[in-house]
Ligand binder design. Sequence first.
Ligand SMILES: [Zn+2]
Length: 265
Amino acid sequence: MERKGFRGTRFPTSPPPHPSTKPPKRSRLRSLRRQVPLRYRKPRRTPPCSHQPPTRPSEPEQPEIEQLGEGQVRVGPYVYMGQIGGTYLLLRDIRNGRDNASLLILDQHAAHERVLVSRIEAGGFSGMSQPLVLPLEYTLHPAERERIQEFHESLSALGFELALREQGAGTVLEVRAVPPLLERAAAGEFIREVLAGRKEDLHSLWATMACKAAIKAGDALAPDEAVNLIAQWLMTENRQFCPHGRPCVLQWGTSDLDKMFKRMG
Ligand SMILES: [Zn+2]
């Protein structure tokens, strides 16, 4: 579908196809809820104390969160205005004042994926693993066995506990534990993608894991969940694009909107 009016953005307009439009699943929100709790801003009546310890420069500062009137919440420079289609988060940038404000649309899946992949890259979940009461099992072809051996170390580092068992003429892969970010079904999908040879390197493993763990398009987010995601996304580097190269955000300034409404020229 051609989106003529949207050409004025500074982001690419031909994203690769992406498996992020599955039916909503509330349980996928767990990974989002489990993350950094929100700190709402307390009304500031006195100037901040000058004896506060300095913040460590390596840790990105959490954006300030403030409840505004009419159910709106400010997260750093943005005001969260609501969710559209269970997929997009609508924001208003208030940095440039009312007359130069801009409108942003955040793709919740792409944004969460970027947050998660950055944490995985930084080793944020390393050493974490959750055992499965009933292991996942796969009968392997010789080529699949080779792939599993090739990626064994990387998969262990991500939190998978794998064992190979000879059974009859074939080999059975047992997945005994999975990264805490992944539910059983998502972990199974992930392993099947590795077996199918679709992952070539560690980065593509990380991107796939983030994709399987992230909230999906169609997941309804409560306002505090949306605000939490926006805050985490604002603390993430390279946040303009998801690990697959799709844009996380589209933005239009007032002059872009003027052009789209043919107010100019
Ligand atoms: Zn994805």
